[in-house]
Design a protein around this ligand. Structure first.
Ligand code: GLA
Length: 384
């Protein structure tokens, strides 16, 4: 990827890039939809990544070539124009969000390529944002912490692109560490690194299904969670988010909530507990417990939160059938996209065969399956 993006830059702009930046995608082992409820998540940055090769220019504009799409965007930085509803919004949005923070954005030319499948729930858009934020940081010389960088990219996504996501994806792409899962408290943004077990493969299986419904349903879930908080906080002083609600209090007050709202809240409350338990289990090297929690998470997302899809359920169920599989769940927002599974490394080839066959038997096509390596968050790669 590094050579590809470097030589593409050279070919397009007739000079070598000044910097090559790589920002990873992520899987999330546990904590589905808990991020915007001020809760906990447990992502792993993976070796599918967005790559940017770039060099500064004198003009106050950005010239960005998207290699995979064979498309080009040129836009002014004074001011950044409005969103257009295409891939370049992730780049423009970052420039906009940096400027909103009062930071300088240098003119640049860049080539972008990515190995993260788009819309699959592996944070392809966050990786682009984080890669460009890091690139601008290098050129303009300002210094953001990884946390601030993630927040700036989330702002770009929320207020420029117009997607109301939480902080999970941008934090994972900024702060991930090789060999570790990132236990993230989405209220305080405190991170704790948790060791990943040796001899266990992180396997991703992509349904290939992409649902348009995803973003509208995502907002519906957010609103249902807010509704739960509003009702519960009238009876539980100090409750600001579902993060603050215990399972006991939720059961006690369940009669005050509409049934659907109760189930949404039950998913969030139970999943927050699962994240903390899983982090503990990982520290103890107890992968079986982590796997059981992943399965419980999928069931809860399917039945209580209702963000699964038949394609995801078929993949998850096929995964659970394999003895080599500790656990599996949908990753990302749901409705389509991928499952993530923890699989004993020597069982991974059989796992792949079984899951593919089970999926093909129902949907008449094969899922894309790949083994991911954990990796480190955004950084500039030294190049010749
Ligand atoms: C998407 C969003 C994240 C998070 C997940 C669900 O990936 O971008 O902020 O809410 O869905 O866990």
């Amino acid at each position: 990827m590094q050579n590809k993006v470097t030589s593409a830059f050279q070919a397009h702009f007739q000079r070598p890039p000044e910097v090559v930046v790589r920002a990873p995608g992520r899987v999330n082992l546990l904590g589905g939809h808990t991020d915007y409820n001020a809760g906990y998540v447990l992502p792993v940055a993976v070796d599918r990544a967005a790559w940017v090769a770039a060099a500064p220019i004198g003009a106050r504009e950005a010239r960005v070539h998207a290699l995979d799409l064979e498309d080009k965007a040129v836009f002014s930085l004074t001011p950044v124009p409005r969103a257009e509803g295409n891939w370049a919004d992730y780049v423009r949005g970052v420039a906009w969000a940096l400027q909103e923070r009062g930071l300088e954005t240098a003119g640049l030319e860049a080539v972008l390529t990515s190995s993260i499948p788009v819309g699959a729930g592996l944070s392809s858009s966050a990786a682009i944002e984080v890669a460009f934020a890091h690139t601008w940081q290098r050129f303009a010389g300002f210094e953001l912490t990884r946390r601030e960088l993630a927040l700036t990219c989330q702002r770009a996504e929320n207020d420029y692109v117009g997607v109301n996501c939480g902080i999970l994806d941008q934090m994972a792409s900024s702060c991930g560490v090789e060999g570790r899962a990132l236990l993230l408290d989405c209220r305080t943004l405190e991170t704790n690194l948790v060791p990943l077990p040796a001899g266990v493969a992180i396997v991703v299986a992509d349904t290939g299904a992409r649902r348009r419904l995803a973003s509208s349903e995502y907002n519906v879930r957010r609103a249902q969670c807010e509704r739960a908080v509003k009702i519960l906080s009238e009876r539980l002083p100090g409750v600001r988010a579902l993060r603050d609600v215990s399972a006991g209090d939720l059961e006690r007050l369940k009669g005050h909530l509409p049934e659907v709202v109760y189930r949404r809240a039950r998913h969030i409350v139970s999943d927050n507990a699962r994240v903390l338990r899983a982090a503990e289990a990982l520290r103890e090297g107890d992968v079986a417990t982590v796997g059981a929690l992943m399965k419980a998470c999928h069931v809860s997302l399917r039945d209580d939160y209702e963000v699964s899809a038949p394609e995801l359920d078929v993949l998850a169920e096929a995964a659970w059938e394999m003895e080599s599989c500790y656990g599996a769940r949908l990753t990302g927002a749901g409705f389509g996209g991928c499952i993530v599974a923890l699989v004993a490394a020597d069982g991974a080839p059989d796992f792949e065969v079984h899951v593919s066959a089970a999926y093909e038997a129902v949907f008449d096509r094969q899922p894309d399956i790949y083994i991911c390596r954990s990796t480190t968050g955004v950084r500039a790669i030294p190049h010749a």
